[in-house]
Design a protein around this ligand. Structure first.
Ligand SMILES: *Cc1c(COP(=O)(O)O)cnc(C)c1O
Length: 357
């Protein structure tokens, strides 16, 4: 079987060598030495001031909303993984969906102002597939209306915009290090800010809101373990190779699929892509279903990602229509892309797709 992704795993001994350090100290969680080392390396790699390694890419969204004290309406994208919307609902915020643009499928910044009301407190947008949102336009709007900006950067690790890491933008940026993501720690995520005070508070709420016997706020368990940090430390040295291999595979897809009527994301100028995904957009959902069925016959499993458009979730009551997002969600397929995918596998996939047209 070829699935949409295959988790990169470092040589086993490199992982266990790192684990041994935690083992010898019998210190396996609670701000351990490996976690601190991973945080330092990630900060260095991303060029950001504060970064906290946390339990997953969802809890960090919730921590972001909590630490910024966001309670009212939040302008958000309907084209993301469901965790983006769920985090808002879980924190009792009201998601206000603004449609996406047809180039990179990120939130359409030109439609944000019309959705702002007196209750709007923040913008929560996703850098879709790792391509940056219109960060400059969003900044301008946020400054004008005094809104906080949170970026769900779950896909954006290693991507840069205008020579800065995409994850360095916004009041807060979050990332997921889930096993299906470009860079992973099995389960995990991080939260990033340049604000010293916010970083302090995040540190506190990540660990229940107390330090020893001193209790400050109602925090949560957002921590992560030494076993997870070790996986991050073991994977990090391979990151540039992983991205280079994915780039090669993406370019091969580009060449082989060029004759077909498929749309591909067009990123903003100034984007240096991380090759996190290989989405293709069909002209209609019938062609998508046909291709999916044909691939399935050969045990190739792409993923409808993202589907459905989040404004159509059954538990969303006020879901205004977002026609671009709804239409894209019905027609988008992420093809298998991972560092070890072979040329033959890519060729087979493209042959099957081509035969459907
Ligand atoms: C994966 C993902 C998340 C959730 O991350 P987890 O680590 O699985 O909790 C959130 N948002 C987006 C856009 C994602 O792709």
């Amino acid at each position: 079987m070829i699935a949409v992704t295959k988790t990169f795993l470092p040589p086993f001994e490199e992982y266990t060598q790192l684990l041994k350090r935690a083992w010898d100290k019998a210190w396996i969680t609670n701000n351990g030495e490996l976690l601190q080392e991973l945080e330092a390396k990630l900060k260095d790699y991303l060029g950001v001031k504060h970064l906290l390694f946390c339990g997953n890419g969802t809890i960090v969204l919730q921590m972001a909303l909590k630490v910024l004290n966001i309670k009212g309406e939040v302008i958000t994208t309907p084209f993301s993984y469901v965790a983006t919307t769920n985090a808002l609902l879980w924190e009792n915020c009201t998601p206000v969906f603004v449609d996406i643009n047809k180039n990179d499928f990120c939130i359409d910044a030109s439609k944000i102002e019309a959705a702002i009301t007196e209750k709007t407190e923040a913008i929560l947008a996703t850098h879709v597939y790792g391509n940056p949102c219109d960060i400059d336009a969003i900044n301008e709007i946020a400054a004008k209306y005094k809104l906080k900006v949170i970026y769900d950067g779950a896909h954006a690790f290693g991507a840069s915009y205008k020579s800065k890491q995409v994850l360095s933008y916004g009041d807060i940026s979050t990332c997921s290090f889930h096993a299906t993501k470009l860079f992973h720690t099995v389960e995990g995520g991080c939260i990033i800010t340049a604000d010293d005070q916010l970083a302090k508070e995040l540190q506190l709420i990540r660990s229940f809101g107390h330090v020893g016997d001193d209790y400050f706020v109602a925090g949560i368990n957002g921590k992560n373990s030494e076993f997870h940090a070790a996986m991050g430390l073991a994977n990090l040295p391979y990151l540039s190779t992983i991205i280079a291999n994915r780039k090669k595979a993406s370019e091969y897809y580009d060449a082989l699929l060029a004759p077909l009527p498929l749309q591909r994301p067009k990123a903003l100028p100034g984007t240096d892509y991380n090759f996190a995904y290989y989405p293709v957009i069909f002209n209609d959902d019938a062609s998508l279903l046909k291709v999916m069925a044909a691939l399935k016959k050969h045990a190739i499993v792409p993923r409808r990602y993202f589907y459905p458009s989040l404004n159509k979730l059954p538990y969303i009551s006020n879901g205004a229509s977002c026609t671009v997002s709804e239409s894209t969600a019905e027609r988008v397929l992420c093809l298998p892309l991972f560092d070890s995918i072979t040329r033959e596998e890519t060729e087979d996939i493209c042959k099957i797709i081509t035969a459907c047209f």
